[in-house]
Ligand binder design. Sequence first.
Ligand SMILES: Nc1ncnc2c1ncn2[C@@H]1O[C@H](COP(=O)(O)OP(=O)(O)OP(=O)(O)O)[C@@H](O)[C@H]1O
Ligand SMILES: [Mg+2]
Length: 235
Amino acid sequence: MPHTEVERVRMGIDGLDEMLSGGLIRGTIAAIVGTYGTGKTTFALHFIWEGLTRGENVIYISLEESEESIVRYMIEKDWDVEPYRNTSFFVLKLDPTNFNLSINSIRNELPSLIRKFTATRIVFDPISLFEDLFESDSARRYEMFRFVEMLRDQRCTMLMTSETDRDNPYSSRHNLIEYLVDTVILLRYIRSDELTRVRLVLEVVKMRSSAHSREIKPYEITGDRVQVYSQANLF
Ligand SMILES: Nc1ncnc2c1ncn2[C@@H]1O[C@H](COP(=O)(O)OP(=O)(O)OP(=O)(O)O)[C@@H](O)[C@H]1O
Ligand SMILES: [Mg+2]
């Protein structure tokens, strides 16, 4: 398909959409990988809010935060999310400690939920808690591969977040999701003797079938937005 015909789905984050040549490709799966506090949930909520304001239906699958805390965070950002709740914005809170319930409810119910709500954007935050549930690396590989294949069939644009490996801030916790998804955005901290404060930086590590920036760019999370300084040169 010629480049110009690819439909882009904006994430709603200034600077980042430009680094992605206009946004995620519709129907693809992206992962945001980052250490705690780097803004994974915030990025995911921007993606959700962008969809809502464009008239899309969205599902937020939370393995960590409650629906109340997600909605409170959006309202703090001055996003009037209430009118969308349970009409075009659906939050599904899963209990990651209950393995069978979590894995079965996602696998069995998600396709019908997506159809029922005619959802076009889905978030999993964080998918790493889901990955933690498997007992062995081989079971995790096999099941996550099947899971992502099932997600692909849904034709929604999806965003997963993943915590990083304890010893490697460049890798997701199980070093698996990067291989399965189409787009990987890495969030991390930079601490150095030359800097008087910790900087947050991001990079687009991969994006299948698309041109994208390979530069490392600083970003800031403020009360109402995320700003990626895509024109700034850090080094
Ligand atoms: N109102 C605000 N003003 C400035 N910074 C904020 C504001 N709200 C959140 N932040 C920043 O965003 C960070 C939290 O972002 P977020 O919860 O999205 O991170 P996360 O990567 O999802 O973290 P975790 O791994 O713990 O889930 C905070 O640590 C803080 O630095
Ligand atoms: Mg989070």
